[in-house]
Design a protein around this ligand. Structure first.
Ligand code: GDP
Length: 563
């Protein structure tokens, strides 16, 4: 990703303002989502398969060759190089014409714009992952058919639930032996209380993936509407050809295998597992699709489901509880700040998601937190095939802003009508470590670095009088965040901090009245976070339960929990 030349047009402020209708229809055709999964469930493979179906790339497989996998980030960069498409580590945007939707409505093409926002993979699993979920309108929960629900998927799912993000479930790797479909659904229902409502049911057990039975909706609930039979392509490199067959022909072709699938589909209806759009949007049910990202089976169905069922960008509530409608003047929320993407420039890139109005590159916007103007002449995206700069972006789109030093996750940008969105909640940290300056002579630099990384939200910084300022405590969702702190302090501030793990495992919100008593307890220490919130760190959950039982009057409230 390179910085565009300064000579690029800066006169877009003069452009004709977009009509409210235009913004609304641009918002309506957008779907902004993330894939939540445990490492190895197939997120990179699926991303590539989605790009293949959207015709962004012509062949899958070249990137994720047989010789092992790289991280998603580098896959996307490789993709960018290999195919000349424009991808960033943060968002992939493509047009998609659903085969289900009418080709045009009132003479307007019904091509959808899909924004796939990347969640960092396991190697840099951290609070960033959660923040990304504040930028999407829906999530695809990708599950390995053999492994079922795995820890990271569960954590991310809880965040979706907390934020009210509707979830579409994709059971991947159906081409390999795995659990039975009913077992997988039971697990989802029982462990996370989400009712799975399959839209497509597999024909053939895991390991013998022949195709999908499309289940009827509404008045046709429980019926097998059609059989979509897939044909493998060499190495799964191309879109898998589909035959659409009637249930009668399906029975002739597949015999008992079809009959079994049809019977199971009826069983699901008998237990109320049919899609209901309202319950899905309310986060109570989840449409399910069985797929093989590797063979490109079921991938088109995932895209069509996103288009048909996932919500488009909608109004967002501001801090004063008034809605910012999609056709209000431009506003956006910063959800991620990335430093040092371009090693030559040591830049900082802030990614924002457009909430309302039209973003035009060159616009001067207001940074709500400081009230200061911010010039966006270096706005980058990902968008389409043009890998240059972004000219326009609409609600749901993601734009990267270069050298945005004042911007931090949760910040608001706007024009005209003032707005400030609520801050991104910081998630319950589970890892704690003491940060020490290597020597007193570097203390000033150390302090500066700590403040900067704290304000960027790289880790949460906690202090108390006992430990003093020279050894603050870092709190993080994932331990990788500590390594990021160490690496950045070294690279950007020339200080080499010492990091010592601290033996606490939980954080609870407390108050001044409870502090003295809590500090008297074994395995507990109270700290103040830089936003003023008092946090009690506790050694383990048994200790916490004990204190809650013995001293019920003390305030110990859960933070937004990741687990
Ligand atoms: P990520 O860590 O979630 O991004 O997972 P990857 O996309 O890197 O996939 C992990 C491994 O699973 C790789 O070896 C993939 O080739 C393999 N894989 C992904 N999807 C499928 C699938 O649908 N079927 C099979 N058999 N293997 C798959």
């Amino acid at each position: 990703m390179s910085t565009p030349p300064a000579s690029a047009s800066e006169s877009t402020n003069a452009a004709k303002p977009a009509s409210s209708n235009e913004v609304r229809s641009e918002a309506l055709r957008r779907r902004t989502f993330a894939v939540i999964s445990h490492p190895d469930a197939g997120k990179s493979t699926l991303t590539e398969a989605l790009a293949l179906h959207a015709k962004v790339i012509s062949e899958a497989g070249a990137v994720h060759g047989k010789a092992g996998r790289k991280s998603t980030v580098s896959d996307w960069m490789e993709m960018e190089k290999a195919r000349g498409i424009s991808v960033s580590s943060t968002a992939l945007q493509f047009n998609y014409a659903s085969s289900e939707a009418p080709k045009s409505v009132d003479g307007v093409d019904t091509v959808n714009v899909i924004n796939l926002v990347d969640t960092p993979g396991h190697s840099d699993f951290s609070e960033d992952t959660y923040r990304v979920l504040t930028a999407v309108d829906a999530a695809v929960m990708l599950i390995d058919a053999a492994k079922g629900l795995e820890p990271q998927t569960l954590k991310l799912f809880q965040v979706c639930r907390h934020r009210g993000i509707p979830v579409i479930t994709v059971i991947n790797k159906w081409d390999r032996p795995g659990q039975t479909p009913l077992e997988l659904l039971d697990e989802i229902d029982e462990r996370i209380g989400l009712t799975p409502t399959p839209l497509f049911w597999p024909v053939g057990i895991a390991g013998d993936f022949r195709g999908l039975l499309r289940r009827g909706l509404d008045d046709h609930a429980g019926e097998a509407v059609e059989y979509i039979k897939f044909t493998r392509t060499a190495g799964g490199a191309k879109i898998a050809p589909e035959e659409h067959l009637t249930p009668e022909v399906a029975l002739e072709r597949e015999g008992d295998t079809w009959a079994e699938a049809a019977e199971e589909s009826e069983l699901l209806s008998a237990s109320g597992q049919d899609h209901d759009q309202e319950l899905f949007l309310a986060g109570q049910t989840s449409p399910v699709i069985f797929a093989s990202a590797m063979l490109n089976f079921g991938v088109r169905q995932i895209l069509d489901t996103l288009v048909a069922l996932a919500p488009p960008p909608r109004a967002r509530l501001a801090i004063d509880d008034t809605p910012r409608e999609v056709d209000d003047p431009f506003s956006a929320v910063v959800f991620k700040v990335q430093a040092g993407m371009d090693t030559a420039h040591r830049d900082r890139l802030a990614f924002m998601r457009v909430v309302s109005g039209v973003f035009e590159r060159g616009m001067v916007v207001t940074h709500a937190q400081t009230g200061k103007p911010f010039a966006t002449k270096y706005a980058l995206t990902v968008f389409g095939r043009e890998r240059t700069t972004v000219e326009n972006a609409y609600p749901g789109d993601v734009v990267g802003l270069v050298n945005a030093t004042a911007l931090a996750p949760g910040h608001t940008l706007f024009v005209d009508k003032k707005v400030e969105f609520p801050p991104i909640p910081s998630f319950a940290p589970e890892h704690f470590a003491i940060l020490r300056a290597e020597s007193a002579s570097k203390y000033k630099q150390f302090r500066k670095a700590v403040d900067q990384l704290d304000s960027e939200g790289v880790v949460q910084i906690l202090r108390n009088d006992i430990r003093g300022d020279a050894s603050p405590v870092m709190a993080a969702v994932g331990p990788m965040q500590f390594e990021v702190v160490a690496a950045r302090m070294k690279a950007e501030y020339n200080v080499d901090p010492k990091i010592e793990p601290l033996g606490y495992a939980l954080a609870r919100r407390t108050d001044a009245e409870s502090t003295t008593e809590l500090n008297r307890q074994r395995g507990v220490e109270v700290f103040e976070r830089s936003d003023g919130v008092l946090l009690a760190l506790v050694s383990d959950k048994w200790r916490l339960q004990y204190i809650q039982k013995e001293l019920p009057d003390l305030t110990l409230e859960p933070l937004v929990a990741a687990t």
